[in-house]
Design a protein around this ligand. Sequence first.
Ligand SMILES: [Zn+2]
Length: 317
Amino acid sequence: MGKTGYFTHRDCWKHEMGRGHPECPERLDAIEDRMLSSGVGDALEHPEVPLATLEQLMLAHTREHVEYLQSLAQRLVADAPAGGPDHAQIDPDTSMNGYTMLAARRAAGALIAATDAVIDGSLENAFCAVRPPGHHACHDKAMGFCFFNNVAIAARHALEHHGLKRVAVVDFDVHHGNGTEDILANDERVLMVSIFQHPFYPYSGDTDPAPNMLNVPVPAYTRGMDVREIIEAMWMPRLEAFKPQMIFVSAGFDAHRDDDLGQLMLNENDYQWITSRLRDVARRHANGRIVSTLEGGYNLHALAGSVEAHLRVLADL
Ligand SMILES: [Zn+2]
């Protein structure tokens, strides 16, 4: 069994979107506290996290999108001494502060470094405890708490920089990963499978827009046992047939029954089960290579327990 990397950086705490916003730095505190108190953190590798370059962000985004957010961030920082605004609003629930670009580049940088380490074999798999999350970030726009699509950037990095031929993207966040879909639809080197509450934000995903996308919308209050059955019946045959050389996971934990931002009924045991099924596929076809990253998850206690369950499987604890 190989090593499991845990990638995080203090810059990811500095991005915040205003008082009371659910996508808050305390989410990372809850995960860090649990890594310490459970002892799980001691069993993991803690590599350095670089900043993604602007060119790396452009693996998944237009130059205009990257430069627009960069210029917004620079203006916030430049205007701050003269009493300028703390935040720049992107959409009704998404805003930037002076550190958002830094945090977002660390988040993408974590996934790129994790991808490098998992492909060069120094790690078997990795989890990135980073924010802002990414799966709603589209080719040319930020939305839904997301600025750059960390998973899509890393998947493209694996394909373009490392020459992999087939990578899978798995998304079990309660919300449809519309941004990842926007970027990776019709990229035949990628198979994306997802399950999410529907109808629900962002109100997309009720059909498969391309042959390489498998969307499984489920109604509010779907139970964990039913989600497991659906995953077994729908995801697993596609993943087995595709034989991915690497698996990227958009690990949102807001489908937890205690999470107020969604109405699905999963618990820690379900996340453990899903992770073990993915680990099985990865070990069969991909030398165990999994890079997983935090997306949603807003009930701090449920988030900490779910990440612990996810990491225990990844690290064979
Ligand atoms: Zn979500």
